[in-house]
Design a protein around this ligand. Structure first.
Ligand SMILES: [Zn+2]
Length: 174
């Protein structure tokens, strides 16, 4: 029975993220079941999934099941493609994944830095997070394409701030 408005305790986590994960998992599990049945594959019962029942968040076991189901669908995708429902499956799975990635990107967004570019003086330096494990962040200028090694950025920022302070001193009328 739903509680009256204003009687909810604050949730200890982002429920929208849980709902998004549930939608992804449920959609994958539904299509996995269709592929398994229609292609007469060996049965695989994903973790705690009951068709038609609403899920309440996913665990590491669900993540393992999701990877297994995605792998099974992927392996048999060429055989599944002859069925009428395959277009709907691809569209739906792409839609739920796209919606989840839009809300929760799996890459860190580029960060504009507060220091002007040493080459063109524009405030257009951007730090892009490493794109691979043990990779390096890239600091580059969106205006002139100058790049700065991340370990030199602190030195660069200090130098630019000192130059700006000197310019301000020079501009103060005597
Ligand atoms: Zn520049």
């Amino acid at each position: 029975m739903p509680r009256a408005a204003g009687k909810h305790s604050p949730a200890p986590l982002n429920l929208d993220a849980v709902d998004t994960a549930d939608r992804l998992y449920a959609s994958l599990a539904d299509w996995h079941e269709t592929v398994t049945d229609e292609l007469d594959l060996s049965p695989y019962m994903p973790t705690a999934y009951v068709a038609g029942k609403r899920l309440q968040g996913i665990s590491t076991q669900h993540a393992h099941s999701a990877a297994t189901m995605a792998g099974r669908i992927s392996t048999h995708l060429d055989r599944a493609c002859i069925y009428e429902w395959s277009g709907e499956m691809v569209t739906e799975l792409c839609d739920v994944v796209r919606a989840a990635l839009k809300r929760y990107p799996d890459e860190e967004r580029p960060l504009y830095l507060p220091t002007p570019c040493p080459a063109c003086d524009m405030l257009s330096l951007v730090r892009t997070a490493p794109q691979a494990f043990m990779g390096r962040a890239v600091i580059s200028c969106r205006t002139c394409k100058e790049t700065i090694a991340e370990d030199l950025y602190a030195w660069h920022a200090r130098r630019v701030l000192e130059e700006m302070a000197e310019r301000e001193e020079d501009e103060v009328p005597a």
